[in-house]
Write a protein that binds this ligand. Sequence first.
Ligand SMILES: Cc1ncc(COP(=O)(O)O)c(C=O)c1O
Length: 475
Amino acid sequence: MTVGDLGEGLSRYQKQGLCSFHTPGHKGRQEFFKGLDFLGSDLTELPGLDMLHCPSGILAKAQQRSAEIFGAEETFFLINGGTVGNQAMFLALEHTGAKRVVVERSSHRSVMSALVLSGLKPEYVIPTIHPDFNLPLGLDVKKQQIPWQAVSACHVTYPSYYGTAFELKQLLEERTLFGFNTPILVDQAHGSHYLGSLFPPSALKLGADLVLHSSHKTLSALTQSAMLHVQGQRISRTRLRQSLEILQSSSPSYLLMASLERAGEFALDFGRWDCLKEDVENLHSKVSNSFRVLSQNDVGTYGIHTVDWSKILINTRPLGIPAPRCVDYLREGYGIEPELWDEENILFMLGIGSTPEDVRRLTKGLENLASFAHSGGFVEAKKLVRNDRLRIPPLPHLMLSPRDAFFARKTQIPLKESLGHIVGETISPYPPGIPLIVMGEQMTCEVLGTLLTASEGRWQGWDGFNSQTIWIVEE
Ligand SMILES: Cc1ncc(COP(=O)(O)O)c(C=O)c1O
């Protein structure tokens, strides 16, 4: 009996013994799962256990305990990732006439899929692109006009993937100040660990109505385990429950749910994070001369209100070496695996399972990487040049809701003939990961000009980059 291609791939990957600076937050450490019999607990709804969609026993108790820990009135366990949390948020909304919702243009794709599922139309807010990193790290709430009277909800991401956050408190205050009752929905996928004084305040503490945690990203829950928290009266609990019933499996994994229950208890052990902080500060002081490292000094600039120290974002431009080359160096020489990288940035993510030794290994790796680069070690490395993709053209006109565009008949045409057509795909340069055009929008001169002159790079969602074609909606 062979273990199969997937099994072989996994065991090959594991054998490398890499040091994880990526999800999941447990970092493969057994201590989080002590006493949990993986095979024996791979169960779903059985007599004596409980029902995820209408819990009344052990699951109800576990969810209630998680609500207590994270400061919610009610908590729902998610076993299809944070993705379903964003989707359920939109399905649960009771609409005002306009069926519109405020979303960040750079939102995670699950928010975009939530628009397709719900039929809601987006009112975009545009995040600020940080010139040093070419990434959307902040949102200037003062400059954004939220059309409170015209929307069913306001959805925001807090913190960003990179650990930066805008001033959510101000947004919540603005709603009260202007006398609106609009629900504020927060994608806190990357900040499930925001408890206690080591991290910025959680969105629940600040007063958000619905808050999503991708608990597997930084806490100890198994991959795909997440939580959706609710408080207050603005969201119908019945509708929320019904939405989750539509989206979640009818055979929820007890392994995932048991890992969520434990993750809450481990999250209260602040010492697990506290012991990392000094080493992270040390890393900053040792490598900031060679790289541009996002740090607390960035607070107050480019719409950044807080920076989470457990995310280490470095930009390799000062070194002049493309980030992928640096990633290879760190992997080969130090067994370090980051969470993500692009041409010039690398993101290293700590989790509740990270250790001070991990951080020291990363510090050493980065220091030696810098010395190697300074001594001319990267002889044949391509010079790091930034593609001119910073300018985000004016927002194209929305002709069809993302849902109508998704279900419409589409055809692929030469890109150069697409002016004025309704586009049938969502195209984003990454970085910064802000769509130039979203399905259902009308092609403009500015967007077309940008696409026609697009050089190679990482284009997300553009099927026809090589053939210079684009999907449009048939009219
Ligand atoms: C901001 C944000 N929201 C939501 C999600 C979806 O979470 P999950 O991967 O748990 O489905 C992600 C995933 O990366 C994310 O980055």
